[in-house]
Design a protein around this ligand. Structure first.
Ligand code: CMP
Length: 132
């Protein structure tokens, strides 16, 4: 078993799509190990996305991620990081494969409904960010 982190972003919580995302994950064989609903402060959002410091989209991303509640969750499965990235699809929904979560529900490259950890290393850091 390995673990990864997924965040349901404000554009999806606002459209009542939390259960839809959890259902997609569970049907794909993921076990929800931890889950909470939080409203990020600007400082927390900047810290979470510190890797994107200096990128032109960072300020807009922070404004978006603090615009409503988000739902971080820890998912367990063999090969969790890679399998979840396949399930959610490309960052830009216009490039996301057919049947992926982002292709199905994301609005655009910023309001892309979900975040998923991109490596085992980052998954550990991102899980520790939200959960003890
Ligand atoms: P996420 O997987 O959470 O990682 C960084 C986020 O920045 C990304 O999803 C999008 O919400 C947002 N973003 C906005 N513009 C871009 C862009 N041009 N490239 C990558 N990410 C972007």
């Amino acid at each position: 078993m390995s673990r990864t982190l997924l965040i349901v972003k404000p554009d999806a919580t606002e459209r009542n799509l939390i259960g839809h995302v959890v259902g997609r994950l569970e049907r794909a064989g993921f076990k929800v190990a931890e889950m909470r609903m939080v409203r990020l402060s600007e400082g927390e959002a900047r810290k979470f996305y510190a890797v994107h410091e200096g990128k032109p989209f960072l300020d807009d991303l922070v404004a978006f991620m603090t615009s409503g509640p988000v739902v971080p969750m820890v998912l367990e499965k063999e090969n969790a990081v890679e399998d979840m990235r396949t399930l959610i699809g490309a960052t830009d929904p216009s490039n996301a494969a057919c049947g992926t979560v982002r292709q199905e529900i994301a609005r655009d490259i910023q309001c892309n409904s979900v975040h998923g950890s991109d490596s085992d290393e980052n998954a550990a850091v991102e899980i520790a960010f939200f959960f003890d």
